[in-house]
Ligand binder design. Structure first.
Ligand code: FRU
Length: 481
């Protein structure tokens, strides 16, 4: 690996070699964040799925460990989760360490079923349960991606499972015997494709002490705001057996508006360990994932995001996402830090010295622009660029990847939109650039927008521009990471 491998993100997780898609089995135990990932260890395209494994103490530096789970006679290893079995409900614990139990789909043609495996050495080695599968296929073609959590009021594990066009809930005292509870979703949300990778968790509503809601996140393989795959969510109540949705049946709420954000799930949350609810997605798109330019690996994860709920002015409850604070520790040099920075037509401000990775924070008051459009270009040395443009008239944020100089699939180029979100007349954009990834958070994280971009060369500079007019930035902060 060269010092700066073209396209390989620096602070987003990528496997050292070969293919990855969904993040799997994320749990936190004794100071380590564990990340497993859908992995083909033998090729740079999707193939027989294994679980790759990596650990981190800070969510931004990852150490890859040997492959954790390999295919067997029941099938390949599809997506799933892992939990710390604090009370040894499974009876699998053999030593002093708490036992970790992974729950995952085994895939065989049209027969998907759920299996478990356990680890008594902090996730280093795994034993598959002899009684697998623990949830047999009831005759449903897409029957996968279990996410399990401990539901304290009934002292049971709860599983949410994707079943073609809906999710099903199951419950278990010991992670081995599972009982069907209920289903949700056939008549709710977006159904442009099959449902995959669900997650269910409870979050507090910011600023409303004591008020909380359950969030059900579900990936859908087609029909996202900019076409193709995306992650929708539902806000509601969960009583241990049934999920009751509070947003309109026909309404789809989207976790992210970008082209490259899928299979998002959260780290296993436990009563004694991690307090935060952290989400991670595969920052890629099935439409072209198998062809993205990369050298020794293919596929990356998003930045980890801390979640909470917020009530909008019109009373709706929405998900908000904040990149984890740990990323701020990567700031190595201030490239610009200014107030009242005026950018006029044809007088862009260039920021050189970006070696693939940067963080940019822009704040603009709605009264301070007299321009049709303004924004940011990310460039290589040859003049190829990816742009992000703010259009206050149509209230759209646009990412344009038509001029990146690299073409590998007809679903890659294009112009993509996200809504603009203003807080008290201010637009705040928190932008993360990392080789081939552009993640934008608006406001307090009410909107997020994740897209890959492939320039011909390395990212070497960025440019703040205004078209036909001028914009006055209240503050601009740019850091090399
Ligand atoms: C989502 C998905 C899952 C499945 C896995 C297979 O991206 O299709 O539903 O478990 O990928 O790799």
């Amino acid at each position: 690996m060269t010092l700066r491998e073209l396209y390989r993100p620096k602070y987003h997780f990528t496997p050292q070699k070969n293919w990855t898609n969904d993040p799997n089995g994320m749990f936190y135990y004794k100071g380590e964040y564990h990340l497993f990932f859908q992995h083909n260890p033998n090729d740079k395209v999707w193939g027989p799925m294994h679980w790759g494994h990596a650990v981190s103490t800070d969510l931004v530096h990852w150490e890859e460990l040997p492959v954790a789970l390999e295919p067997d006679s029941l099938g390949t290893i599809f997506s799933g989760c892992a939990v710390v079995d604090w009370e040894n409900t499974s009876g699998f614990q053999t030593g002093q360490e708490k036992v970790i139990v992974a729950v995952f789909t085994q895939h065989e043609d049209d027969n998907e079923k759920q299996s478990i495996a356990y680890s008594n050495d902090r996730g280093r080695t795994w034993v598959k349960y002899k009684g697998n599968p623990v949830v047999k296929n009831p005759g449903i073609k897409d029957f996968r991606d279990p996410k399990v959590f401990w539901y304290a009021p009934s002292e049971r594990w709860t599983m949410v499972l994707a079943c073609h066009d809906r999710v099903r809930f199951y419950s278990s005292p010991d992670l081995k015997s599972w009982e069907y509870l209920s289903e949700f979703g056939q008549d709710h949300g977006a159904h442009g494709g099959v449902w995959e990778c669900p997650d269910l968790f409870r979050l507090n509503i910011e600023g409303n002490p004591g008020e909380a809601r359950w969030v059900l996140a579900v990936s859908v393989s087609n029909g996202a705001p900019n076409g193709g795959p995306g992650v929708q969510y539902f806000i509601g109540q969960f009583d241990g057996s049934t999920f009751t949705c509070e947003n309109y049946e026909s309404q789809a709420l989207w976790v992210d508006y970008g082209r490259d954000f899928y299979a998002a799930v959260t780290w296993h949350h436990d009563p004694f360990g991690m307090e935060r609810r952290i989400l991670l997605a595969w920052a890629n798109n099935w439409e072209y994932a198998n062809c993205i330019p990369a050298s020794s690996w293919r596929g990356a994860m998003s930045v980890p995001r801390e979640l909470s709920l917020s009530r909008t002015k019109d009373g709706n409850i929405i998900l908000v996402q904040k990149p984890v604070d740990e990323i701020m520790n990567l700031r190595k040099k201030v490239l610009i830090s200014g107030r009242n920075l005026l950018i006029a037509d044809n007088k862009p401000i260039s920021i050189t010295d970006i070696e693939d990775a940067a963080e940019i924070i822009l704040k603009i008051s709605v009264d301070d622009f007299k321009t049709e459009e303004f924004g940011l270009r990310i460039l290589d040395d040859m003049g190829n660029f990816c742009s992000m443009t703010v259009d206050m008239e149509s209230m759209k944020l646009t990412v344009d990847r038509n001029n990146t100089g690299v073409q590998f699939h007809d679903r890659y180029p294009g112009v993509f939109h996200a809504p603009i979100c203003l807080n008290e007349n201010e637009l705040k954009l928190h932008i993360f650039i990392d080789s081939s990834l552009l993640e934008i958070f608006e406001g307090d994280g009410q909107v997020s927008f994740t897209n890959q971009f492939f320039l011909k060369g390395h990212v070497s500079q960025a440019e703040l521009f205004a078209l036909k007019g001028q914009v006055l930035y209240k503050t601009v902060e740019i850091y090399a990471l």
